[in-house]
Structures are given as C-alpha cells and as structure tokens.
Design a protein around this ligand. Structure first.
Ligand SMILES: Cc1cc2nc3c(=O)[nH]c(=O)nc-3n(C[C@H](O)[C@H](O)[C@H](O)COP(=O)(O)O)c2cc1C
Length: 340
C-alpha cells in the first residue's frame, strides 16, 4: 500500500514523501529586478525544514514584461542564478527537493506597459489589451524559456515545472479563446507549448523530469474541457513532459454555471482522468490540505503526488503535522522533536 509518506521516484527525482509545495507567487521582489531576496530564501527554507518532499518555487518569468507584477520573480539574466542557487542549496540542506515554475504571464502581465499575447484580445475589460506577438517574436520567446531553464539547471534544481495553466502564456496559446492566430502557432494550438517543452528539455539533464501544470478545464462559456485537455496534454507528453500537475481555470472570467466546487479535492477528477487517459504520472492540487483526504488520493492512486498551496502558507510544518496525524514515521528535525 502506498500513502502520502511513501517515497516517490520519477527518473532521477527521488522524493522522501509525496507532499509538494504548490507554486505560489509572493509578490515580494521589492527591488523589482526579479531576483529572490531574504524573504524568498526564508520562506522556502522553512517549508524544507517542515518536511515538504518537493518545493516548487513560484511562477518565475522568462522576461521582465512576462511578470504578473513588477514584484514577481524572474530568470531572464545570469545575475538571477546565484540567488536561486541559495534557495535550492538551503532546501537541499534540509532534505527537500526543488523545482522552479518557469512562466510568462502574457496578456495577464499587469505592470507591463503593453503586454504581449498570441492575439490582441484582453482578458476582460479590467485588463490591458495585449499586442499580438509576431511569428519571429514567438520563436524568440521559445528561446527565452530555454535560457531560463538553463539558469534553473545551473542553480541546481531537481526538476522544472512549466506553467501551462491559469491563463498564462502557454495556456493562452493552446486555448481557442485567446489564440486566433493564422500562422503556424495558430494552425496548431499546441505548437508553442511543444516547442517550449523541447527547448527546455534540451537544457535539462536527460534523467531530470519535466513537470507541466495545466488547467484541465476552463470555467468559461465556450472554453475547453477535459477531452481537449487530454488531447493537448498528449502532444505535450510526446514532446517530453514527464508528469502533469493538474489544476483548472484561469483563461477568462468564471461564468456562473461554470463555477468550480469548493469542496476538498475538487480538482482531483481532472488529475485522475488525465492519468488514466495518458498513463502518465500526475500531481493533484486544490483543497487537499486535510491530511486524511490527501492520503486517500494517494492511496486510491488517483494521483502520484499532492500539491499543497494555502495549507503551506498557513503552516510551514504541514508535512510534519500531517505525518503526526496519520501516524506515519517521519524524520523530525532534532531541535523540534519535543514538539512532535
Ligand atoms: C498566494 C497564491 C499565489 C499563487 N501563485 C501561483 C503560482 O505562482 N503558480 C501557480 O501555478 N499557481 C499559483 N497559485 C495556485 C496554487 O499553486 C494552488 O494551485 C491553489 O492555491 C490551490 O491549492 P490549495 O487549495 O492547496 O491552496 C497561487 C495561489 C495562491 C493562494
């Protein structure tokens, strides 16, 4: 029987348990230079001390105008690499593995003067209307993802996650709602994502797995559903994605009938369906912070890993607490043994 604290191995990524820190923007780069600071180092190191198996560092962008805000992280120059290395080294010292979520916000880059996107369509009336990237600029964008991946590898990460969900750039390309292009990147909606995957993989050691976060469904009128998500994920799997992190939504304002449930594990069915359809490892996310529920999702093999978001904002020691509640063995830092 496997449970939340059974070790997990995917290629060279060896995790001591199945608890993953979900990527969560901190909006805390006061210098606006995209470089992680003290806050980020403490924030991520404390989750490593708290027993998290894999930490996925928040959305980290491939160019300055690819950030949601000027306070978000980036990996667009070699200057960034050493600050990320400090985070990775610290987390390793305390037993966690680390990935970085590489991204571009596209039309959802709120502080960019003129955001860029597949097509000149605004997210809604509160967002700026983006400029459509030229074909050559899309090709250059693929290169920016590649260079960001190279820097992540140089910083010592154990894996990379591509952000293909929540209405950010890769999602904008594969969604028919936001990609109305007529060039090669519009004729095949997965082409941009596929090229990014191949470029990023070319920078990663062969046995380092590539993760990709996708939205399994769009909660929007006319948006895609699980059937289409399985189709585009198949193309991404063939291009080199080793595991999908299955979330949902983000490509438009939620329409009332499309509103997701708010119950525990509300996105697990998307992860399970993708796993079954493509025979691919998956990570489930979304209101899984009740340890018994997270343990159940692993035990029933609906997902291979569990990403915890807000639960880990509330409690950096979520994994240690969960092990205690579930009566599982776990190495507690010697300094904290009395507390457990
Ligand atoms: C403050 C905050 C920031 C977030 N930033 C990101 C992000 O950078 N990348 C991402 O893919 N999801 C982001 N998310 C979504 C979370 O990773 C997660 O999918 C979501 O919170 C649902 O999981 P939970 O119910 O365990 O919180 C963010 C969520 C929160 C609360």
């Amino acid at each position: 029987m496997i449970d939340l604290f059974t070790p997990y191995q995917l290629k060279d990524l060896a995790l001591k348990n199945r608890v993953v820190m979900s990527p969560m923007c901190q909006y805390s780069v006061e210098a606006k230079d995209g470089i992680p600071n003290d806050w980020h180092t403490l924030h991520y190191t404390s989750r490593a001390v708290g027993g998290t198996g894999l930490i996925i560092v928040e959305m980290t962008n491939v160019e300055p105008d690819g950030r949601i805000s000027d306070y978000c992280l980036g990996l667009w120059s070699d200057e960034h690499t050493s600050a990320f290395k400090e985070i990775v080294d610290n987390a390793h010292k305390h037993g966690a593995k680390v990935g970085i979520q590489i991204a571009h916000a596209g039309r959802k880059a709120e502080d960019a003067k003129v955001p860029v996107a597949p097509s000149a369509i605004a997210f809604d009336e509160t967002f700026k209307t983006p400029r459509a990237l030229s074909t050559e600029e899309v090709e250059e964008m693929v290169e920016k993802y590649r260079l960001a991946a190279r820097r992540a590898v140089e910083a010592g990460v154990d894996t990379i996650e591509l952000h293909g969900a929540h209405g950010y750039l890769i999602h904008q390309f594969h969604s028919p709602l936001s990609n109305k292009r007529t060039d090669k990147y519009g004729q095949d909606l997965t082409r941009f994502g596929v090229e990014v995957i191949q470029a990023v993989k070319s920078e990663m050691p062969k046995e380092m797995p590539l993760l990709m976060r996708i939205s399994g469904t769009e909660f929007v009128d006319g948006g895609y559903g699980m059937k289409e998500a399985i189709d585009f994920s198949k193309a991404y799997q063939e291009a080199g994605v080793d595991m999908f992190d299955v979330s949902a939504g983000g490509e438009g304002p939620i329409t009332p009938h499309g509103r997701p449930g708010t119950h525990g594990g509300y996105q697990v069915p998307y992860a399970r369906q993708l796993k079954e359809a493509l025979d691919v490892p998956v990570m489930a996310v979304g209101r899984l912070d009740a340890p018994a529920l997270a343990n159940n999702v692993i035990g029933t093999e609906d997902a291979d890993l569990i990403a915890i978001g807000r639960g880990l904002l509330r409690n950096p020691y979520w994994a240690l607490e969960a092990a205690k509640q579930l009566k599982k063995d776990m190495d507690v830092p010697v300094q904290y043994k009395a507390g457990f």
